[in-house]
Design a protein around this ligand. Structure first.
Ligand code: BTN
Length: 326
């Protein structure tokens, strides 16, 4: 009920009368009054004016299931939400739920991860109270070979969502790091369960540094947060809902052609590596070239010194700028 009340208060132009809420939700006035008081205890500023009703003045940066449900404006992405104060890893939980048959679009979010995981077996530091840790479970009917492109669909959606909610000029470091002022703001880890020619499910996990005042010493040279860059506290639920909305739109475009044709231009526009010299670090060889952008398969097109163009597939290499991370 709290989620429904929050949604009504947010959608209402000005005051929403207690009676209106009772009628729509089919509950008593006392029940509404109690729920509003609980919201106030959680930090929402709700004004109650006699003969007019309730009005929401300010929402805090709380992430709860109710808050997420009330913010979500999608058809399927994030419509089934599970929220945990503490968890080992949202990707691990999403995979378990994938095995148990959870529906396409299920979102797992947490405030703290005890065993957050990054790409290439690294760990992902996941302190509480300031970041977004979430994993989206999807069940695409596409060949497993096309699945790596979904990571780029999420990178684009996260960049768009962050831009919209924070005003930050975010960019993408190929294939899927989100960057602000040359430092990493978010990372994406995609995992999947497949048969030889069939995808059971894909889990796209994303970690975003939102309200940290400072980064840990060992990563402060290359990582940043929204708060460090903007000086402002951002409501995490707003960012989550916005990314779900963008992902839903972009995913539907992706499905039409099962590649990035429709998203390529937008992605390349945000690509920090574009028109820059890059170092491509493979398992046992390294070369430098000039990054042109991605093709419709999401491969980075790199022009080598001899003029030939090489397509770089995301699984096989790391990309570095000539002088550091970007
Ligand atoms: C990277 O190395 O850049 C990817 C980091 C991905 C971290 C996110 S946080 C939510 C989800 N759960 C995890 O354990 N990892 C991902």
């Amino acid at each position: 009920m709290k989620a429904e009340i929050l949604k009504m208060l947010r959608e209402g132009e000005s005051y929403v009368s207690g009676q209106q809420i009772c009628d729509i939700l089919g509950v008593s006035r006392t029940a509404v009054w109690k729920a509003v008081n609980q919201l106030k205890d959680e930090g929402y500023q709700v004004e109650a004016v006699r003969n007019r009703g309730y009005h929401i003045l300010e929402s805090p940066d709380v992430v709860t299931k109710e808050e997420l449900v009330s913010m979500m404006d999608t058809k399927w992405a994030g419509q089934n939400v599970c929220y945990f104060d503490k968890i080992d890893s949202t990707n691990i939980r999403a995979k378990q739920m994938g095995e148990e048959g959870a529906p396409h679009g299920t979102l797992i979010a947490a405030d703290y991860q005890g065993a957050g995981r990054g790409r290439r077996g690294r760990m992902w530091e996941s302190p509480s109270g300031s970041s977004i840790y979430m994993s989206l479970l999807i069940r695409p009917d596409i060949p497993p070979l096309n699945a790596p492109m979904l990571t780029l669909v999420m990178a684009l959606s996260a960049a768009d969502g962050l831009k919209e909610c924070t005003g930050l000029d975010v960019q993408i470091k190929w294939p899927n790091d989100i960057v602000a002022n040359g430092k990493k703001l978010a990372g994406i880890l995609t995992e999947m369960s497949t048969e030889i020619d069939y995808i059971n499910y894909v889990v796209i996990g994303i970690g975003i540094n939102v309200n940290m005042r400072e980064m840990q010493k060992d990563i402060e040279e290359t990582a940043t947060s929204v708060r460090i860059e903007t000086g402002q506290v951002t409501r995490r639920s707003e960012v989550i809902a916005s990314i779900m909305k963008k992902f839903e739109e972009n995913y539907e475009k992706f499905l039409e052609t099962q590649d990035l044709q429709a998203l390529q231009e937008q992605y390349n526009h945000l690509l920090i590596n574009k028109n820059k010299e890059v170092r491509i670090l493979g398992a046992n060889k390294e070369f430098t070239g000039y990054a042109l952008g991605i093709n419709e398969k999401g491969e980075l097109q790199v022009k080598k010194e001899d003029g030939t163009i090489k397509s770089i597939f995301s699984g096989e290499v790391s990309v570095r700028g000539m002088y550091g991370y970007v």
